[in-house]
Ligand binder design. Sequence first.
Ligand code: FPP
Length: 243
Amino acid sequence: MVEDTENNKLPRHIAIIMDGNGRWAARRGLPRSEGHKAGAAAVRDIVTHCRRLGIGYLTLYAFSSENWNRPKNEIAALFRLLLEFLNVETPLMVENDIRLNVIGDITALPAPQRAALRHSMSRTGKGRQMVLNLAINYGGRTEIARAVKNILLANLTADDITEQSISDHLYTAGQPDPDLLIRTSGELRLSNFLLYQCAYSELYFTETLWPDFDSNELDRALNAYAARSRRFGRIEENPKEGD
Ligand code: FPP
């Protein structure tokens, strides 16, 4: 349960680095692909839970631009899971008023995955209750370089360059920045994820491996978030004693 704090602070936008599928499988003597399969099931549960809680934006790191270095059969398994996920989840997203949005360069993906993503984005395009950003073939530095390129192509001048105009050229244009960034499996890195957007995000790390990250684990992260005071670089107005 998410505790009802005095000024119930639910993040508007949660971003998650889903890590630990491989270790989850290895601990069970299973192939890595089984870990990813269990990871995809966790994705379903977390999307459902976020929608139920009224989280407006959820961004999941599904495939980084560095993940191309993995063995071919693992990449193929991940892409198969993506197709399966889109087939099953697209009607449910429509039903639940969720809009799917891909962040990353999908031109490099195999044709069936590209087509399924485009189809799913168009079918869920009217979703108003939640945006699910799937980061696929995504890298934060590449995203910033792409934004700069697009700014030049739009003929903006040096005077037009502001934090906002850069933000407006990122994949997440128009969306609030993540309030909370979660990474599972005990790794303490950003791994090139949402570098510009996470400037003031609260960070939450857990040892739990992604396939074991369920609604109770998310509630734990949300309670930790609600207990933090976000100062955005300012001093606290009414500091508690000892702060
Ligand atoms: C990290 O685990 C996870 C990934 C590389 C991809 C995340 C993919 C999923 C959760 C499944 C598919 C997703 C969708 C949306 C269908 P790892 O393999 O790096 O784990 P390890 O660090 O323990 O090896």
